[in-house]
Design a protein around this ligand. Structure first.
Ligand SMILES: Cc1cc2nc3c(=O)[nH]c(=O)nc-3n(C[C@H](O)[C@H](O)[C@H](O)COP(=O)(O)OP(=O)(O)OC[C@H]3O[C@@H](n4cnc5c(N)ncnc54)[C@H](O)[C@@H]3O)c2cc1C
Length: 487
């Protein structure tokens, strides 16, 4: 079967109107590798990867590992690493928090297999970074999964129960009240579990490092070359990008939220912004307040807060569940939304009462494609099996995209190995559909407003309205939400 895939017209982030993620500016300033070049004319490759974020770059590397002679092109609309990969919070985590969902959707054996793969992967990444000299502030630091309202207390119990069922010991330890106070001072922390050696990175440095290493490994990287359409013809796929085109045998779609409108994905993901605010470096103040060692982490809201401290003493906080995209259209609010930023600033003042007077230096946003289960999936398009994809990381893709790279490389090369067998697990875990537009957008706005009212009531110690609680249950699963796995 042959296909014609149309991408939305590329909309570059407008400098001035919104701020770019600080990490991206830092990484581009330090990057001394080859400057970008656009695609021109017609070029022939074995594989063409669309999208230069973590998924696309890891896939190119793993293809190169498996086949040193393969002709690989990677085509990116902007600069590599300027999508979600350069804007995120840098939490490189395994899937312990998803264990209840994995157990319910896959059964004990495969749930365990996927979980263990997600843990092993982090060492796999660390080894790759070492071997390729990629400096990205990779660090193992304590991270706390907390309850910042009494209603969130015990959000992690499902994970502990699932682990017990499987005879596994999670790397989390419950925090006693005095430990919580010592860690979070006057912050509203009611309970929490700590992982002592969680992994964090500066994400844009990682993405740019992967790009530099890809160039050194003879991957042909074309940037500022947005793909407008892909046409399947007998014996070849034609990728139209910028003013050129690539003819390839296989294509990998790694454009993340920017391809959520394609027919194969549109009923399985919604695109929602995640928004971050950050201070200037304030190391002396943090020292004075005894906050320099404050661990980062996440709370257990549905509109999840995440964040931490940077090595140079900035404090940042993010929140998921921001702007909802109508029909997966990624507008300017997905680069920076003053409205969402103001709400996240309020969260910041609430969670860091000691820093109430500290001005926030910058705010930005990025798109997250949330699947119905909170789990990604990887595969070949039903409409044309020469086209492969990763989709649905649901805000949990920093490490998972490296797994995506392994899986996609094996699928493209038609191998039958541990990675393709994991791909089958993820396909099996797919459940549910979102309603079509405009119902999805209108319903989504209603659900989001209900979640916001419910969480405000919980924060203020009031009882949420019953209707709000019922509507909030319809929201898609978050990273830390082990209660609901499908709408
Ligand atoms: C604010 C925020 C915070 C997050 N925090 C975390 C976290 O702490 N931990 C975690 O695990 N995950 C987190 N995530 C999710 C994580 O960032 C993503 O899951 C991951 O980066 C996905 O990588 P990707 O390569 O698939 O997508 P992306 O990095 O989005 O890459 C897709 C690329 O495709 C390009 N593209 C789009 N359209 C076209 C086109 N037509 N032609 C060519 N190229 C195109 C884009 O420019 C982009 O570079 C967060 C996400 C956001 C937005």
């Amino acid at each position: 079967m042959s296909i014609e895939l149309s991408f939305r017209r590329w909309r570059a982030a407008r400098p001035g109107a919104c701020q770019r993620a600080l990490w991206i500016d830092q990484a581009l300033a330090l990057d001394s590798s080859a400057p970008w070049r656009a695609l021109e004319g017609e070029q022939r490759f074995d594989v063409c990867v669309v999208g230069g974020g973590f998924t696309g770059l890891w896939t190119a590397h793993r293809l190169r590992d498996l086949d040193p002679a393969l002709r690989i092109a990677l085509v990116e609309a902007d600069d590599c690493g300027t999508g979600a990969s350069g804007r995120n919070s840098g939490g490189m985590s395994h899937w312990w928090s998803k264990l209840p969902a994995l157990l319910q959707l896959l059964g004990p054996e495969d749930a365990k297999r996927v979980l263990l793969a997600s843990i092993a992967l982090i060492e796999d990444i660390e080894a790759f970074l070492g071997a390729n000299g990629i400096e990205c502030e990779f660090r193992r630091v304590p991270s706390v999964w907390s309850a910042t309202a009494t209603a969130q207390v015990g959000a992690w119990n499902g994970m502990f129960r699932a682990a017990q069922t499987l005879g596994l010991a999670p790397p989390y330890r419950a925090l006693a009240a005095d430990e919580l106070r010592a860690m979070f001072g006057r912050g509203p922390y009611y309970a929490g579990v700590v992982e002592e050696r969680a992994t964090r990175v500066q994400p844009a440095l990682l993405a740019r490092g992967l790009r530099r290493a890809a160039l050194e490994r003879d991957v042909q990287v074309f940037e500022h070359s947005p793909v407008s359409r892909i046409r399947g013809e007998p014996g070849r796929l034609v990728v139209h990008a910028g003013s050129g085109r690539i003819v390839a045998d296989k294509v990998v779609l790694a454009a993340n939220a920017w391809m959520a409108h394609l027919p194969e994905f549109r009923s399985s993901v919604v695109v929602v912004s995640s928004d971050i605010v950050i201070t200037d470096p304030i190391p002396e103040l943090l020292d004075r307040l005894g906050m320099r060692q404050r661990p980062g982490g996440v709370n257990s809201r549905q509109m999840l807060n995440y964040g931490g401290l940077t090595p140079d003493g900035r404090v940042y906080l993010g929140r998921g569940g921001g702007t909802l995209a109508f029909a997966a259209r990624i507008g300017p609010a997905f680069d920076c939304s003053p409205r969402q930023a103001a709400e996240v600033m309020e969260d910041f003042r609430f969670l860091f009462p000691e820093l109430r007077e500290v001005p926030l230096a910058r705010a930005w946003a990025g798109p997250v494609e949330r699947s119905t289960t909170g789990l990604p999936w990887f595969g070949r398009l039903r409409a044309d099996a020469r086209v492969h994809y990763a989709m649905g990381y649901s805000g949990h893709g920093v490490a998972a995209s490296a797994l995506g790279g392994r899986i996609l490389a094996s699928l493209v090369l038609e191998r039958s190995d541990e990675w393709t067998s994991l791909a089958e697990c993820f396909q099996r875990a797919r459940r549910g559909r979102y309603p079509p537009e405009p119902l999805r957008y209108l319903g989504g706005r209603m659900v989001r407003a209900a979640v916001a009212r419910k969480e405000l009531a919980e924060r203020e110690g009031r009882r949420p309205a019953r209707l709000d609680k019922a509507l909030a249950r319809l929201a898609p699963a978050t990273i830390t939400d082990s209660r609901r796995h499908a709408p």
